[in-house]
Design a protein around this ligand. Structure first.
Ligand SMILES: *Cc1c(COP(=O)(O)O)cnc(C)c1O
Length: 364
């Protein structure tokens, strides 16, 4: 018995890991685990899982769209959305050159969907100039030479620009442009709740102009698995067929959807705190000699930190030092790393991190 007690004590002594590599690292909360164990389930491929149906209709309402579909990942959510809108092989999609779909999704829209990407330069704030988008739209009479434009995609918040938010006004303008040219409009809203929170806009208003949106449930919201795509009923019926084609039809997914329902109910309201912690961290880091954070770009929960070339360290060395102190960050390159706050990072974690980094750089 004495041994057991010792083990327990040791377990308690284990140092807490402050994991800020991403907001995907969040662990399911106790409330999620309970909801998962009590979830009512059935076969969702057959369309009978009550918890999945509940989550899908709840999310559709929150996002202001007719219907929703639970898919295994954000990558599949974007792939399905693009393919539904571009149902003719060789269609063209206009998207940002720094967008997640273009850079980080294995080129699936081309390799699997036969969709041709037409990239437009992403500005530092995550937008693309409207004039450049319009200029990239193909002449519909030039079909002998040109792939035909069918879709415009934007991303909000924009991950590669450091989680910056795209405004309602801009989103509406892209929507208008799409309608004017008979195109569809998709938002990669993996972190759309972060954007809505930071902008102080209801999320359904923010995505009003879009034909479809993909929303990650397992990033800032903290569910263990899943993305929700939303759009019209006809969009979702086609999406459901593609999800099956891609191998994303799953059976008793109520187990996962139950956790996502808790995530939406409990964690959307915590995003504001995550953003406050990110600002606090960014501000503190910027005051440490040898580091540089562009404070104006920290609008949500992502911070890119530059290690100055004339400092006494590099990003990999600093990351290793932090790891020894139980603090995890994401390396970008020799002089840059990324920190992401989420609901399992507290203000005291932020203060502890700042003091470890200060110690590593200045010895103070
Ligand atoms: C994470 C992310 C995705 C894809 O999500 P996965 O679930 O990892 O496939 C898509 N878009 C953006 C902007 C993301 O940050």
């Amino acid at each position: 018995m004495g041994e057991v007690t010792t083990h327990t004590d040791n377990a308690k002594m284990v140092k807490r890991v402050i994991d800020m590599r991403s907001d995907t690292v969040t662990k399911p909360t106790e409330a999620m685990r309970i909801a998962m164990s009590n979830a009512e389930v059935d076969d969702d491929v057959l369309g009978y899982d009550p918890t999945a149906l509940h989550l899908e209709s709840e999310m559709a309402t929150i996002m202001g769209k007719e219907a929703g579909l639970f898919v295994p990942s954000g990558t599949m959510g974007n792939l399905i959305s693009v393919l539904v809108h571009c149902d003719v092989r060789g269609s063209e999609v206009i998207l940002g050159d720094m967008s997640h779909i273009h850079i980080l999704e294995n080129g699936g829209i081309s390799t699997i969907g036969g969709v041709h990407p037409r990239t437009v330069k992403n500005n530092k704030d995550g937008t693309m100039d409207l004039g450049l988008i319009e200029a990239a739209i193909r002449d519909p009479n030039g079909e002998l030479f040109y792939p035909q434009t069918r879709l415009i995609c934007i991303e909000n918040s924009h991950a590669n620009s450091g989680g910056r938010c795209v405004s309602v006004e801009y989103t509406d303008q892209v929507g208008e442009l799409a309608r004017k040219h008979g195109l569809k409009f998709h938002i990669d809203g993996a972190r759309i709740f972060n954007a809505a929170t930071a902008l102080g806009v209801p999320v359904d208003r923010l995505v009003q102009a879009a034909d479809s949106v993909s929303v990650c449930l397992s990033k800032g919201l903290g569910a263990p698995v899943g993305t929700m795509i939303v759009g019209s009923k006809s969009f979702i019926s086609k999406a459901k067929i593609l999800r099956k084609t891609l191998g994303g039809g799953m059976r008793q997914i109520g187990i996962l959807c139950a956790a996502a329902l808790v995530a939406v109910q409990d964690n959307v309201k915590k995003l504001e705190e995550d953003h406050k912690n990110a600002k606090l961290l960014a501000d503190g880091l910027n005051q440490i000699a040898g580091l540089k954070v562009e404070l104006s770009s920290v609008e949500t929960n992502i911070i890119f930190v530059r290690v100055c070339e004339n400092s006494n360290t590099t990003a990999p060395k600093l990351a290793k030092n932090l790891e020894e102190n139980g603090i995890l960050v994401m390396l970008d390159n020799t002089y840059r790393f990324r920190i992401v706050t989420h609901h399992q990072i507290t203000t005291s974690d932020v203060e502890h991190t700042l003091s470890c980094i200060r110690q590593a750089l200045t010895g103070e």
